[in-house]
Design a protein around this ligand. Structure first.
Ligand code: AMP
Ligand code: ZN
Length: 137
């Protein structure tokens, strides 16, 4: 498979690796929003958030907390975002599931700038019901 992240896992492509265990690997993003911007990926290729099994997700989150803590202690940002883009519409460009750890600084000028929508005619309840009906317990 021609996946750059699989190549990084296989050590066939270079990455600035921060942390690695049997399940995950974390490395610096080559196009950082801020310096120290890191990615955490499963070693097995899953396309996105919905296809990664629960136990692998646990490993991702545990490692993400560990790496984030190291970024906070070393880079000393004012805050951080943990982000995952899923689907082209959401900005996903590498289709191997990953979490971004983005160190944030006061006035770093990076922000989601949403144009907020309104729920018209009590449709908030309709949206809630539609979603609730699809929740699989
Ligand atoms: P996304 O747009 O959420 O799919 O994020 C993919 C991220 O992977 C982008 O921020 C890229 O800068 C980063 N990226 C792509 N190729 C590499 C690479 N070889 N090494 C490190 N980061 C990469
Ligand atoms: Zn892959």
């Amino acid at each position: 498979m021609n996946c750059i992240f699989c190549q990084i896992v296989e050590k066939n492509a270079h990455a600035e690796i921060l942390y690695e265990n049997d399940h995950i690997i974390s490395f610096l993003d080559i196009r950082p929003v801020n310096l120290g911007h890191a990615l955490v990926i499963p070693k097995i290729h899953y396309t996105d958030f919905l296809t990664i099994p629960e136990n692998e997700l646990d490993e991702i989150f545990k490692a993400t907390q560990k790496v984030t803590s190291a970024i906070v202690d070393s880079v000393k940002p004012d805050g951080f975002n943990i982000v995952t883009n899923n689907g082209v519409a959401a900005g996903q460009s590498v289709f191997h599931f990953h979490l971004h750890i983005i160190p944030r600084f006061d006035k770093d000028n990076f922000a989601f700038r949403p144009i907020f929508k309104n729920y018209e005619n009590n449709s908030m309840k309709d949206y809630a019901n539609k979603i609730i009906a699809e929740i699989k317990l």
